[in-house]
Design a protein around this ligand. Sequence first.
Ligand SMILES: Cc1cc2nc3c(=O)[nH]c(=O)nc-3n(C[C@H](O)[C@H](O)[C@H](O)COP(=O)(O)O)c2cc1C
Length: 207
Amino acid sequence: MKADYELLKLYAMKTIYYLFILYLVSMITTTGYATNKDQKMLIVYYSWSEGKNTETLAKYIQEQTGADLFRIEAVKPYPLDYNACVKAAKEDIEAGKKPAIKQHVSNIDQYDIIFVGTPNWWSTMAPPVLTFLSDCDLSGKTIIPFNTHGGGGAAHCFTDMEKVQPEAKFLKGLAVRGHKPQADIEASIRSGNSVDKWLKELGIITK
Ligand SMILES: Cc1cc2nc3c(=O)[nH]c(=O)nc-3n(C[C@H](O)[C@H](O)[C@H](O)COP(=O)(O)O)c2cc1C
């Protein structure tokens, strides 16, 4: 009788032990988001081209992180024609212009981590992103920059962002090569693991 009881106790303990291990494994495999759930995240981005490169990257980051998403839009959009846009952008960048944007994030104070995404325009951020960063105080917040480009990489996009928000803590940015049709950048983001790897390295996602 005593032996039966001891055996039962052993089985019960074993079951509890296995259930505990199962719980730990499920915690590790199902938690994709940031380890610290208290950190509220936002993704702010500007995207101009038909390829929607920066937007596609921003939306992928949102999918992986569960962060809120905010699209910057210029009150007076840049011309749809590529050459005209390149010319207008050059003039604005050289003049340090901050074109008016349609909306701001009304409740930016609630966010701890802010991803800021831009296309590489003449080696720097697109002017509407400069407007956004110049118009709010992100002191003490963590900024994670990202960009898409036509071969020039990050150039000085991220370092120029740092100059506008010197009191923010900047983490390592990511530069992704843009493509013309949206499907191409989407496929390349999904087939490669550079975005996931970057988010993991930063401790934003755990799987
Ligand atoms: C006005 C303008 C300037 C650009 N300047 C650069 C540049 O200096 N270096 C570069 O690699 N790509 C440059 N590009 C290419 C864009 O960075 C690239 O196509 C980007 O992925 C577009 O992002 P979007 O689809 O979100 O607008 C430029 C594009 C435009 C429209």
